[in-house]
Write a protein that binds this ligand. Structure first.
Ligand code: NAP
Ligand code: ZN
Length: 365
């Protein structure tokens, strides 16, 4: 038995913000626009949004300090700015980092809690409305209830989720991803691929998601190599954004497994982007899971029209994390840390710290 819950209104397509900007009314009078340093401007999304806010007599304050892998201290500052500026809803523009940050700020601003208590979903009893405008094609955060935040003091990256954190409204305009550099395009698409695979891996897998998963995987396998040669091709960007949306829809239902949590320490300690951290372990994770889910994997590859061997050689072309050198001390420590993550519960095989260590030793060059 499985459930499907997606309370986000999703508007998809070129110039969708211009055409459906009126949907943004009704959430409040003043938005805290949460962005990174420059992608919101570069992509054109920020000016499109401001035009609509003006048109509907809404005001805003722009908080542009969110960096990749947002930290607890940024969340605290953003929540304070929200209150000081008397805002009443959030708009997150950017990759997963600003969108996740807007969700976390919303939770912190709405509930009486200390910053670290945010990781416990039971503390999130209310939230301000969130509108999401992605400029990458990867995280699917625009349709998920999750936020992934880094605790720099404890050098720990962890996610949390609450149904209250689903964005109320998301505008997906693939043209905003045209400015994303090739490296970021690759890494975010690999993140989307990992979400689609999580739909096969997770113990909460559901037959309702099969069309999204198979179509999404196919779109990435076909379009990621193409975009390397034609990065300004709108259609290719549209295909990647659709795949990313499908990936978000999938993990919103199934959650994620060790495929994701094993990568968090690689990001916090070795600076791998979230997508690359997923990519570098993808083959070994699939092999670890295969004995338990071979039927589901056979179905996936048949549905997508390739063999597992072909999939592995497709992966190889991306040469993830060349020169990654993991010290034995890191391998032991991070395997113990990873064993504590929530994602372990949904992993289709019973994992030990030893399994994690073996994978980390394999990817270390
Ligand atoms: P990101 O960290 O938001 O952004 C990465 C970089 O790309 C930044 O330098 C950003 O610039 C730049 N960028 C973004 N869009 C651009 C554009 N259109 N043109 C030019 N540059 C652009 O990347 P992300 O991979 O989308 O998000 C990763 C985060 O999301 C991680 O923290 C990950 O754990 C989380 N995540 C969340 C979920 C979820 O369900 N909530 C799922 C998976 C991953 P600026 O700094 O100027 O913005
Ligand atoms: Zn991810």
């Amino acid at each position: 038995m499985s459930q499907f819950y997606l309370p986000t209104k999703v508007v998809f397509g070129k110039d969708c913000l211009k055409e459906f900007g009126g949907l943004i009314t009704g959430f409040g009078k003043k938005a805290l626009i949460v962005t990174g340093k420059s992608s919101a401007e570069k992509s054109g999304a920020l000016s499109d949004l401001k035009e609509q806010l003006k048109k509907y007599n809404l005001s805003w304050h722009h908080y542009s300090d969110v960096e990749e892998n947002p930290t607890l201290s940024i969340i605290k500052k953003g929540a304070e700015a929200f209150k000081e500026q008397e805002c009443d809803f959030f708009v997150g523009i950017g990759g997963g980092s600003p969108i996740d940050a807007a969700k976390a700020m919303s939770a912190l601003a709405a509930n009486d809690m200390t910053i670290r208590e945010i990781y416990n979903p039971n503390n999130i009893k209310k939230a301000y409305h969130i509108v999401a405008i992605p400029t990458t094609s990867g995280t699917g955060s625009e349709v998920t209830q999750y936020s992934v935040i880094t605790d720099t003091e404890n050098k720990k990256k962890a996610g949390f989720g609450s149904p209250l954190l689903f964005p109320k409204l998301s505008f997906l305009d693939p043209k905003y991803t045209l400015t994303l550099p090739l490296r970021g395009t690759r890494d975010t698409a690999i993140d989307a691929l990992s979400h689609l695979l999580e739909g096969v891996y997770s113990k909460d897998r559901s037959p309702m998601l099969t069309p999204y998963i198979y179509r999404g995987v196919k779109l990435i396998l076909d379009n990621l190599p193409k975009v390397q040669k034609e990065h300004l091709n709108y259609e290719i960007r549209e295909n990647l954004q659709l795949a990313s949306l499908y990936g978000g829809i999938v993990i919103a239902q199934t959650g994620t497994t060790l495929q994701h949590s094993i990568g968090y320490p690689l990001t916090t300690h070795h600076n791998l982007s979230h997508g690359e951290a997923n990519g570098v372990v993808m083959k070994d994770i699939m092999e670890l899971y295969t004995p338990a889910i071979s039927k589901y994997l056979d179905d996936l590859f048949e549905g997508v029209g390739i063999t597992k061997t072909e999939f592995f050689s497709w992966l190889e072309q991306w040469d993830f994390a060349p020169g990654l050198n993991l010290k034995e001390e890191f391998i032991i420590k991070s395997s113990e840390e990873t064993m504590k993550s929530r994602n372990i519960a949904l992993t289709p095989v019973s994992v030990t710290a030893n399994d994690i260590q073996e994978i980390l030793r394999k990817i270390s060059r």
